[in-house]
Write a protein that binds this ligand. Sequence first.
Ligand SMILES: *Cc1c(COP(=O)(O)O)cnc(C)c1O
Length: 361
Amino acid sequence: MNSGSITRAIINLSALQHNQQVLQKTAPNSQILAVVKANAYGHGMVEIAQTLTGIHALGVARLNEALLLRDAGITTPIVLLEGFFHADDIETLVEFNLQTVIHSQQQLKALLNCRLQKPLQVWLKLDTGMHRLGFHSAEFDEAYQALKSSTNVAQPIHLMTHFNCADELDNEITSKQLIQFKKHIKTDSGLNSLANSAATLAWPETHIDIVRPGIALYGISPFADKLADEFNLQPVMTLRSQLIAVRSHQAGESVGYGASWSAKTDTTLGVVAVGYGDGYPRMAPEGTPVLVNGRVVPIVGRVSMDMLTVDLGIDSTDKVGDDVTLWGEGLPATLVANHIGTIAYELITKLTSRVALQYVS
Ligand SMILES: *Cc1c(COP(=O)(O)O)cnc(C)c1O
């Protein structure tokens, strides 16, 4: 390994395939729409898409994400989960064989008013409570009928909604959303898709035709209070760096910017080559866990751009060059996120381009 890749995210593609199988077993009668938006949650969209075989479709948030996949030769069906943002883009969807969510009157009008060479596959979105995107119940059936009678639209029309509280196991909103959704299923409508990772793992009645896992595919629990191994999911990303200094440190001495922490006793500090310039959150407080030589040690002092410091303890035998795990195998991203006051989704999607992605299987 050269020093250019001292801080790298190891991406374990076997773990990805394992997670796909686990999710398929969890939803045995459903197909999978694998969500690969935001560079596959930081894992590298093209490599992830190439590894996921036998799925119904890939899900992205932006047209440019879909075009990157097509450029890379990915022929799997792709769904734009938020649809198109400009009427001009509809032609591009047809050209590149992309499917679109239709969630608003603006999108509906634009689609009805253009003239397409080939009909477009659409997923009509019902708002069941998230209240970001989707047709209100009262508008939904009319939108459905309008799409049904348009030659621009491939038949049958697929239906979808998105949960806002599926990660709360005792929240009855999810069941109510399911009931509301079911009222809008038509005898001639196509596939139905509701479940994100949390619903896929915890709300089997929502699986119906297509589940849409994102985070669980990457081996991370969608629940803050349950770890991935409870579901037999394996972390795909392990963020690794190395100790670049190991220093004896006396009681009363501080470390880092602002001298925000001082040692209570004599100890050994480790300096790790990772910081907010790599996407490791500056907000990580003292005590945030880091894995060094198989044991958890706490961050001390402030995270800086290129480094952070850990308390290795007075008996440390750790050496410069030893591997350090920030999250992933051996240290679930969920635990780190809980310490920092964020969610694992944010940790993994925010790695910067300085971090090399290394694929292993
Ligand atoms: C991002 C997204 C998902 C996946 O969510 P996870 O919590 O990562 O499983 C599913 N559906 C839609 C519409 C999304 O935008």
